[in-house]
Ligand binder design. Structure first.
Ligand SMILES: [Zn+2]
Length: 332
């Protein structure tokens, strides 16, 4: 795997483009969906899943996000849409108003300058403003407090929603919830959102394939590598918020619907696929790698191409965009 990653990280944008779709299709981490290709299926949607951009003025983050968006927009087989997996900005959870504004302005500017592909976003924990009131200096009464600021910038009425494209139902979930501990977060769906998701799935024809995406993975195996930093309480909450605390409840719901095919997540800055009860759960790395300091424990800066087919099958491939972090660069 390390060989693959080193090779992948060395791809230049020129190399990527000249190699065209053939090389891109190989991917760094090519995963196939449950239904194998039979040579006759028809692709109905090509998605670029970008997660954990963590844009900030430092460490050339804006240049990196720009390079990633340029590559997507220049692809000969350009994605139909971008699903953003959250953590658009480095952090607003613990940062004051001015710093938060700087980061969101940077995000909006880069998207405006570099991107012509429709973006649909979900929220990451770092997109939530001021839940750590001590460090951010918020009171909780600001109109932009919490998820409102991010929703406004990203053009969302609510942080969870769904739409249909290419015959697939795409569902954005919002798993970032206040923790019982003040100033922290946990990952779960509150009752209102869970009920909405259940009604949504029950209302769909069984012939409509479904893809969900959310920031914090619903299911993860690699989360075990982070176990030393997580605290599992008696009530089952993984307090550090690495994976959904209500994972089993959601999996039990999803597995009632054979038309639910895949879940995309981010947050862990690692690449993995877990197949569980007929559904593929993908964690698709991070555009920023190790927060703009190179690859994160072997997983390079990248994004996933997700191809959806008319027959409900899909393919997901994680690939780099040729970014080279300057290791000696220090944040200002
Ligand atoms: Zn992140």
């Amino acid at each position: 795997m390390n060989e693959l990653i080193r090779d992948g990280a060395a791809w230049s944008r020129r190399g990527f483009l000249s190699a065209g779709f053939g090389l891109a299709a190989a991917g760094l981490f090519p995963f196939r969906g449950a239904a194998a290709a039979d040579g006759t299926r028809r692709r109905v949607l090509r998605i670029a899943h970008l997660t954990d951009m963590h844009i900030q003025p430092e460490l050339r983050a804006a240049e990196g996000v720009s390079a990633c968006l340029r590559q997507l927009n220049d692809m000969p087989d350009r994605p139909d849409l971008i699903l953003s997996g959250g953590d658009h900005i480095m952090d607003s959870f613990r940062r004051p108003r001015e710093r938060t504004a700087t980061q969101w302005n940077l995000w909006s500017q880069v998207v405006k300058n570099e991107n012509g592909i429709p973006i649909h976003s979900c929220l990451g924990n770092h997109d939530v403003w001021g839940w750590d009131r001590t460090k951010s200096g918020t009171t909780g009464t600001e109109p932009e407090y919490g998820k409102r600021w991010a929703c406004d910038v990203l053009g969302l009425d609510k942080p969870y929603y769904s739409f249909t494209q290419g015959g697939w139902r795409l569902i954005a979930l919002d798993g970032v919830q206040p923790s019982p501990r003040p100033g922290e977060f946990s990952a779960f769906l509150d009752d209102e959102q869970y009920d909405w998701l259940q009604r949504e799935l029950e209302s769909l024809p069984s012939t409509t394939p479904v893809l969900l995406w959310t920031h914090i993975p619903i299911v993860s195996a690699v989360v075990n590598h982070l176990a030393t930093r997580a605290t599992i309480h008696d009530d089952g909450l993984v307090e550090a918020g690495h994976v959904h605390a209500d994972s089993l409840k959601i999996v039990n719901l999803l597995s009632r619907f054979p038309n639910v095919k895949a879940c995309l997540g981010g947050h862990l800055h690692r690449v993995e696929r877990v197949d569980l009860r007929g559904i593929q759960h993908y964690c698709n790395g991070a555009v920023c790698g190790k927060w703009w300091r190179g690859a994160n424990e072997g997983f390079p800066e990248g994004f996933a191409l997700v191809d959806l087919y008319e027959d409900g099958s899909h393919e997901c491939r994680y690939q780099t965009y040729g970014w080279q972090a300057k290791e000696r660069e220090k944040p200002s």
